[in-house]
Design a protein around this ligand. Structure first.
Ligand SMILES: *[C@@H]1O[C@H](CO)[C@@H](O)[C@H](O)[C@H]1NC(C)=O
Ligand SMILES: *[C@@H]1O[C@H](CO)[C@@H](O)[C@H](O)[C@H]1NC(C)=O
Ligand SMILES: *[C@@H]1O[C@H](CO)[C@@H](O)[C@H](O)[C@H]1NC(C)=O
Ligand SMILES: *[C@@H]1O[C@H](CO)[C@@H](O)[C@H](O)[C@H]1NC(C)=O
Ligand SMILES: *[C@@H]1O[C@H](CO)[C@@H](O)[C@H](O)[C@H]1NC(C)=O
Ligand SMILES: *[C@@H]1O[C@H](CO)[C@@H](O)[C@H](O)[C@H]1NC(C)=O
Ligand SMILES: *[C@@H]1O[C@H](CO)[C@@H](O)[C@H](O)[C@H]1NC(C)=O
Ligand SMILES: *[C@@H]1O[C@H](CO)[C@@H](O)[C@H](O)[C@H]1NC(C)=O
Length: 353
C-alpha cells in the first residue's frame, strides 16, 4: 500500500469527519469499486431521496465558531425551507454593541458539498465565513440553498438568485444599516463555485430587476465542473489525491436534471460556450471573474479549462493556480484562506478594503 504523504489533509472536504474514507482512497483499485454512498455516509432511499448520516454532518449555531464576526440566521423562503446566515465583522477598536462602520461590501456565498451534502452551518464553512467577513471587512450573506437529489439543479441556482433579490430588498437591518448593496461579489467554493458561476450568468441579464444591487464580479474557489470526457487530473493516480471520480460521478448523477448526463452545461460550461449570450453580457458589464485552484485537486484541469475558455471569450478573468493544496484547502486552512483573501483584494481592489 502506498504511504500517503498528507493522510488527513488530502481528504476532500466531504470526508472530514470520517476515517473510513482514508482507507477506501488509499488503494486506487478499491476506490473505484467501493460504494460511493458509503464513502459519503449517505443512504439512498426508495423514493429517490437520500439520508445524510447526522453524525458525519454536524452543524453549528450562528455566532458560534469564532470571535471575528457576529452572525445570525434569517429565513429566505419558508415554503422552500431556505435561509441565509449573515456575518458582520467585529471592529475590535469598537465596543461589541457597536460592531461596524457603514457601507460594507457584500459577499454572497454558496457552500460546497457536491450539491448533495453539507450546509453553510457546517463548522468548516462557518469559521471560514467569519474569517471572510473579518479579513475582507465585508458583510457575508451565505445562502442555505436546497440540496439534491430531493431538489435537483437548477434548484440551488434558483435559491441563490432568490438570495440576491433578498439582499436587494434590504429588508434585513444588517443589510440596510451596514452594507452597500451596490458593491456585491458573488462567491462560492467547490459546488458553490459552480453555483456562483451559473447564478452570475443568470444575474447578468437581470441587471435592471436587481438594481440597486450591483454585482462587481464572481469568485470561484476550486469550482466543481466536469464533463463527459475525463480530464488528466481526474484520472490521475494515486487515489490519495482524493475526490475519486466514483464520488463526483455520483454527485452529478444525483444533482443534474433527471435524464441528463455530464454532457450538460450545468456540469460542463464549455459545451454551450459558443452560444451563451450571457457570457457576452458579463463581459459587457465589466465583471471580474476570479478563479483559484491548486494542482493537487483532481478537479484542477477542468478549472484551468474553464479559465482558458473564459479568457478566450474575452471575459475579464483572473486565475490563481498554485502548486500543492488539495480540494477544500482554501476553506479548511486559515493560512490558505489568507492567500485567497489577498488574491481577492488584488482582483477587487476598488471594491474591497
Ligand atoms: C482492497 O480490496 C481488497 C480485496 O477486496 C482487500 O483485500 C484490500 O484490503 C483492500 N485494500 C484496502 C486499502 O482497502
Ligand atoms: C454574538 O455574541 C456576542 C458576544 O458574545 C453578543 O454580544 C452578541 O449579541 C451576539 N450576537 C448575536 C447576533 O447573537
Ligand atoms: C473601527 O472603529 C474605529 C473606532 O470607531 C474607527 O475609527 C475605524 O475606522 C473602524 N475601522 C473600520 C475598518 O471600520
Ligand atoms: C457603494 O458602492 C459603489 C460601488 O463600489 C460605490 O460607487 C458607491 O460610492 C458606494 N456607496 C457608498 C455610500 O459608499
Ligand atoms: C471528448 O473528447 C473527444 C476526443 O478527444 C472529442 O472529439 C470530443 O469533442 C470531446 N467532447 C467534449 C464534449 O468535449
Ligand atoms: C451514474 O449514472 C450512470 C448512468 O445512469 C451510471 O452508469 C453510473 O454507474 C452512475 N455512477 C454512479 C457513481 O452512481
Ligand atoms: C498552513 O497551516 C497548516 C496548519 O494548519 C500547516 O500545516 C501548513 O504548513 C501551513 N501552510 C503554509 C503554506 O503555511
Ligand atoms: C495567488 O495570489 C497570491 C495572493 O495575491 C499570491 O501571493 C500568489 O503569488 C498568487 N499565485 C499565483 C500562481 O498567481
Amino acid at each position: 500500500m502506498k504511504v500517503m504523504k498528507y493522510p488527513i489533509k488530502l481528504l476532500l472536504l466531504f470526508f472530514q469527519f470520517t476515517f473510513l474514507a482514508i482507507h477506501s482512497q488509499a488503494n486506487d483499485q478499491n476506490s473505484t469499486t467501493d460504494d460511493p454512498y458509503k464513502m459519503l455516509h449517505i443512504i439512498p432511499n426508495p423514493d429517490g431521496s437520500i439520508t445524510r448520516m447526522k453524525r458525519y454532518y454536524p452543524t453549528v449555531p450562528p455566532n458560534g465558531s469564532t470571535s471575528l464576526a457576529f452572525s445570525k440566521d434569517v429565513p429566505l423562503n419558508t415554503g422552500k425551507n431556505t435561509w441565509v446566515r449573515l456575518y458582520l465583522p467585529i471592529n475590535i477598536s469598537q465596543p461589541v454593541s457597536r460592531p461596524v462602520t457603514k457601507n460594507l461590501p457584500i459577499v454572497v456565498f454558496s457552500h460546497g458539498g457536491g450539491f448533495i451534502i453539507m450546509s453553510t452551518a457546517s463548522p468548516t464553512f462557518d469559521s471560514f465565513l467569519s474569517n471572510t467577513a473579518s479579513k475582507l471587512h465585508a458583510l457575508v450573506v451565505s445562502i442555505e440553498y436546497r440540496l439534491a437529489p430531493e431538489h435537483r439543479l437548477p434548484a440551488a441556482y434558483d435559491d441563490v438568485l432568490e438570495g440576491l433579490h433578498w439582499v436587494k430588498e434590504k429588508k434585513d437591518d444588517w443589510v440596510k444599516n451596514y452594507a452597500n448593496v451596490s458593491n456585491c461579489i458573488v462567491m462560492g467554493e467547490s459546488a458553490g463555485g459552480n453555483i456562483a458561476y451559473h447564478v452570475g450568468l443568470r444575474a447578468s441579464v437581470l441587471v435592471h430587476e436587481l438594481n440597486p444591487l450591483v454585482i462587481k464580479g464572481l469568485v470561484l474557489i476550486q469550482p466543481f465542473f466536469g464533463g463527459l470526457n475525463r480530464t488528466r487530473s481526474e484520472l490521475r493516480k494515486p487515489a490519495s489525491f482524493g475526490l475519486p471520480v466514483v464520488i463526483t460521478d455520483l454527485m452529478w448523477n444525483l444533482s443534474l436534471p433527471i435524464g441528463a448526463n455530464r454532457n450538460h452545461p450545468y456540469c460542463d460550461p464549455i459545451i454551450e460556450g459558443g452560444s451563451n449570450k450571457m457570457l457576452d453580457k458579463i463581459k459587457e458589464l465589466g465583471w471580474r471573474v476570479a478563479i483559484a485552484g491548486y494542482d493537487r485537486d483532481r478537479l484542477f484541469d477542468k478549472q484551468l479549462e474553464v479559465f482558458e475558455f473564459l479568457k478566450q471569450r474575452g471575459v475579464d478573468v483572473v486565475g490563481n493556480f498554485s502548486k500543492g493544496g488539495y480540494h477544500g484547502v482554501f476553506v479548511k486552512e486559515a493560512n490558505i484562506s489568507e492567500k485567497l483573501f489577498e488574491f481577492m483584494r488584488r482582483v477587487f481592489s476598488s471594491n474591497l478594503a
